[in-house]
Design a protein around this ligand. Structure first.
Ligand SMILES: Cc1ncc(COP(=O)(O)O)c(C=O)c1O
Length: 415
């Protein structure tokens, strides 16, 4: 296979994986095929183009590409372990769940592992419904929780529309609107699910008292509060969990992406002990063949060890301050283009003048050596999520490249 050229690979991808994606990228003059990768960098298959990864797959690459500690952990775990058996008791899963319970907000002491974020969101919703015996799930308009059954039903309408009838019982309200949530909640409400900072909605940082009020409404109505930390978890916001900024403890927290160390897929639904009752009577009512694969548990433990250390979080906050200062200057320079800089730690978004700006900025970033995508549910926002291990020098390089990209967008859109 080594003798295949990049063009051959593009054709194979087009003919056997996704003709739509291949056509879209080629028509935008973005013929990048993922080749070598290390740290914050990714190279084209032919080695000609290098991108700084400011997408990080939404947090998968929090610790960078091919982090040596993660690779060593996987390699040594393979001396003893494999996937394991999801029906049996397991030391790896027990130790990982114990560590999570130590690191999670109060009373969240149980964990069920999954393979993908959507699967773990589905379980959170199942638990809320089974625990309350009620059907209704409330989520945010423009939110995103994955493409599986209940996760899809909780997400924005546009991802569901082509696929016919959807699971009933799902209602959406505007994010960060406590009055709308209050109005929507009733004695049929099983649970409320929100991302701490909805990324697909444009890195929308809610008011500091929002989640406290969500908690109060859940308590008053007997509903389960579910927080999706798939993107915001594991140090992204400068604290281990994004929800810590809001001084509130939900009933369920879902994590994914970065828990994999970028190497081995593993996700988790972490919940309060009282909710475990729904899985107690029949502990096989929810299983996942690959969920909590033992080799993956070793990696997740390593990820937690690194991400929970204060010096690591201090570093994230220091880099976040550099970006904040850099953006003050960029905003002054491109005052008509940049409306605001949205940020909590290294979870960052740039709100721009109009809905054309995001897609145009994505291309300008690509042309300037940065992978950054626009927010699909608010295309005036560019997401900026570099690996958390980014250094000061690399941060300066990103800011310099963004400066050039903004300049090009400004010119192209005549702002
Ligand atoms: C906030 C959030 N929740 C859930 C998911 C679903 O995760 P997965 O793609 O692993 O199913 C995603 C994926 O992007 C996400 O961003």
């Amino acid at each position: 296979m080594d003798e295949l050229s990049k063009q051959d690979i593009i054709k194979l991808f087009h003919d056997h994986v996704s003709s739509g994606k291949a056509d879209m990228f080629l028509s935008n003059d973005m013929d990048f095929v993922f080749g070598k990768r290390q740290g914050i960098y990714m190279w084209d298959l032919d080695g000609e183009k290098r991108l700084i990864n400011c997408h990080s797959n939404g947090g998968v690459f929090n610790l960078g590409h091919r982090n040596p500690d993660i690779i060593n952990t996987l390699v040594s775990s393979l001396d003893e372990l494999d996937i394991g058996n999801h029906h049996l008791m397991s030391k790896s899963r027990a130790l990982l769940a114990k560590r999570l319970s130590e690191l999670m907000p109060e009373d969240i002491t149980y964990t069920v592992f999954g393979v993908g974020g959507g699967e773990s969101i589905d379980l959170a919703i199942k638990i809320a419904r089974a625990y309350t015996g009620r059907p209704k799930i409330i989520s945010a308009k423009g939110g995103y929780h994955g493409h599986t059954g209940f996760a899809l039903a909780a997400g924005d309408e546009k991802y569901r529309k082509p696929f016919g009838l959807m699971a009933p019982g799902f209602v959406q309200v505007p994010f960060n609107d406590i009055a709308a949530l209050d109005k929507s909640m009733d004695c049929e409400t099983a649970g409320v699910i929100f991302e701490t900072i909805p990324a697909t909605l444009g890195i929308y940082v809610p008011d500091r008292d929002y989640f406290k009020k969500v908690r109060e409404l859940c308590d008053r109505n007997g509903a389960v509060m579910i927080i999706d930390e798939v993107q915001t978890g594991l140090g992204r916001t400068g604290r281990l969990w994004g929800i810590e900024h809001f001084n509130v403890a939900p009933d369920i927290i879902v994590i994914g992406k970065g828990l994999s160390g970028g190497i081995y897929p593993i996700t988790a639904t972490c919940f309060k002990e009282k909710l475990e009752t729904v899985l107690k009577e029949d502990p096989f009512i929810h299983v996942s063949t690959f969920g909590g694969a033992e080799a993956g548990c070793s990696i997740a433990l390593k990820v937690l060890e690194q991400s929970s250390q204060q010096p690591f979080l201090d570093h994230v906050n220091a880099m976040a301050r550099m970006f904040e200062h850099g953006f003050e200057q960029l905003k002054a320079r491109y005052s008509k283009l940049i409306v605001s800089f949205r940020q909590l730690g290294l979870m960052m978004g740039v709100k721009m003048a109009n809905e054309l700006c995001g897609p145009v900025m994505t291309k300008a970033c690509y042309d300037n050596g940065i992978l950054s995508i626009y927010a699909n549910n608010d295309t005036s926002v560019s997401q900026l999520m570099p690996p958390l291990i980014i250094t000061g020098q690399e941060t300066r390089e990103v800011l310099e490249r963004l400066d050039k990209a903004f300049g090009q967008v400004n010119e192209l859109l005549g702002l």
